[in-house]
Design a protein around this ligand. Structure first.
Ligand SMILES: CC1=C(CCC(=O)O)c2cc3nc(cc4[nH]c(cc5[nH]c(cc1n2)c(C)c5CCC(=O)O)c(CCC(=O)O)c4C)C(CCC(=O)O)=C3C
Ligand SMILES: [Fe+2]
Length: 354
C-alpha cells in the first residue's frame, strides 16, 4: 500500500475548529409537480437538448416524481449526527442543495440567523472534476455571495480513496458476489462526462483526467479489497448531443457486448460513481440496464452503495478532523485528492477548466 498526502493549497486558511457542518448535495424532486422545475434548475445554461430532458422526466415520473436522493441525504445526516453524539460533540448539521429545496442559499441564510461563523462543507461527491467538485465550489461561492454575513466555509476534500469508503464498498461487493452465480463478471460503473470535461478535470499541472483517474483508482482499491482480480470499468447516464464524445463504453452497450460476443450470463454491477441509490442507480441500472440485458439472457446483481452506512458517517467525521486539526491522513490511492478549499475557491488556477 502506498501512502500519499496532498497538502491543501492554503493550509492556514482551511484549518481550525468549525461551529457547523453543511451537507451540500444535488437535490431532487419530491413529487410530480417538482419534476420539470427541478430539471430546469439542473439544466439551466448547460445546453442539454429538450428531448433528453423529456426522456429524463419520464424516469422521475416512473418513480412517482420523487427522487430517493433527498431522503438518502437526510439518512446520511442522521448518521453523522449519531456519530457526533457518540463523540459528545455538539455540532449543528445543516442540509442544502444545488437544484432543489432546501436550496443552499436558504440554508446559508438560516446559518447566519443561527450565528454560525465558520462551517465545514461536506459535498456529496467523492470526485474531482466539474460535476463532482468545481460545481460544488461554485455553489458555495454563490450562496455566500447572496447572503450578507455568510460564514467562512471550508470544504472537506475529495474522498474517492478514503479507507472507510473503499472498505464499505468492498464488503458490499463481497456480499453481491456471494449472492450472484459463481464466476459472474464484476463491472464498475460511474457517471459519464464529456471527454473534454474529463481532460480538463483537476489542476492543469496534474495533467487532467482527475475524475476518470480517481474512478479507476477507487475501482482498483475496491476490487483489491474484495479479492477480485478481473473486472471492467464502464460509464453510464450520458446526455448531450451524440456528436459530443463522452467517456465510454456505456454500461448497457458493454454488458450487451459481453453477452453476445462472450456468452456472459451473469454480471455484478458496482455503482462506484455514486454514493447512494439515487435515480442514476435505481433507474439507469436497476430498471433500464436490467430490462435491456434480460432479453440477452443476462442476470444482473447490483452491489449496494455506501452512503446510508455508519462507516460513511465516520468517514465524514474523519474528513472533518483533517480540517479541524489541519492534518492530512494517509491515503491508499495514488491519485491526488483535492477540493479542501475555502469559500468556494478552485483547487488551482484553471482547475476543471475554470
Ligand atoms: C459526474 C456526475 C455525477 C457524480 C458526481 C456527483 O455525485 O455529483 C452526477 C450526479 C448526479 N446527477 C444527477 C442528476 C442529473 N444529472 C444531469 C446531467 C449531468 N450529470 C453529469 C455528471 C454527473 N452527475 C453531467 C456531465 C451532466 C450533463 C450536463 C451537466 O454538465 O450538467 C441531469 C440532466 C439530465 C441528464 O442529462 O441526465 C440530471 C437530472 C443526480 C441526482 C439524481 C437524482 O435525482 O436522484 C446526481 C447525484
Ligand atoms: Fe448528473
Amino acid at each position: 500500500m502506498t501512502a500519499s498526502t496532498d497538502a491543501p493549497s492554503t493550509p492556514d486558511a482551511t484549518s481550525g475548529q468549525v461551529d457547523a457542518l453543511l451537507v451540500l448535495s444535488f437535490g431532487g424532486p419530491e413529487g410530480q409537480d417538482d419534476v420539470i422545475p427541478f430539471l430546469e434548475n439542473v439544466t439551466r445554461g448547460r445546453g442539454i437538448p429538450r428531448e433528453r430532458l423529456e426522456e429524463v422526466a419520464t424516469h422521475y415520473r416512473h418513480l412517482g416524481g420523487r427522487s430517493p436522493i433527498n431522503d438518502l441525504n437526510r439518512e446520511i445526516i442522521a448518521n453523522v449526527e449519531a456519530e457526533l453524539a457518540d463523540r459528545g460533540r455538539d455540532l449543528p448539521v445543516y442540509f442544502g442543495n444545488r437544484n432543489w429545496t432546501p436550496m443552499a442559499e436558504d440554508t446559508v441564510r438560516q446559518m447566519v440567523a443561527d450565528g454560525v461563523r465558520k462551517s465545514a462543507v461536506f459535498a456529496t461527491s467523492a470526485w474531482g472534476g466539474y460535476s463532482g467538485c468545481a460545481q460544488y465550489q461554485e455553489d458555495i461561492a454563490r450562496a455566500r455571495e447572496q447572503v450578507e454575513g455568510a460564514p467562512t466555509m471550508v470544504r472537506l476534500r475529495q474522498f474517492y480513496d478514503h479507507p472507510l469508503f473503499i472498505e464499505r464498498f468492498a464488503s458490499d461487493l463481497r456480499e453481491a458476489i456471494a449472492s450472484a452465480a459463481p464466476g459472474a463478471r464484476v463491472i464498475f460503473t460511474a457517471h459519464s462526462v464529456p471527454t473534454s470535461a474529463d481532460e480538463a478535470a483537476g489542476p492543469p499541472s496534474l495533467g487532467g483526467h482527475l475524475y476518470s483517474r480517481q474512478v479507476a483508482e477507487a475501482s482498483r482499491l475496491v476490487a483489491e479489497a474484495a479479492g477480485v482480480a478481473d473486472y471492467d470499468l464502464v460509464w453510464q447516464s450520458r446526455s448531450g448531443p451524440p456528436s459530443v464524445p463522452w467517456l465510454e463504453p456505456d454500461v448497457v452497450d458493454h454488458v450487451s457486448e459481453l453477452a453476445t460476443s462472450q456468452g456472459v450470463t451473469d454480471v455484478v454491477i458496482v455503482p462506484i460513481g455514486f454514493i447512494s441509490d439515487h435515480v442514476e442507480v435505481v433507474w439507469d441500472l436497476d430498471t433500464e440496464l436490467i430490462d435491456e440485458v434480460r432479453e440477452l439472457g443476462v442476470t444482473v446483481t447490483r452491489c449496494a452503495t455506501p452512503g446510508p452506512s455508519r462507516e460513511f458517517a465516520r468517514m465524514v467525521l474523519e474528513l472533518l478532523d483533517e480540517v479541524e486539526t489541519g492534518s492530512a491522513q494517509d491515503r491508499p490511492g495514488s491519485v491526488p485528492a483535492l477540493g479542501r478549499n475555502r469559500d468556494g475557491a478552485r483547487c488551482a488556477l484553471g482547475c476543471c477548466g475554470g
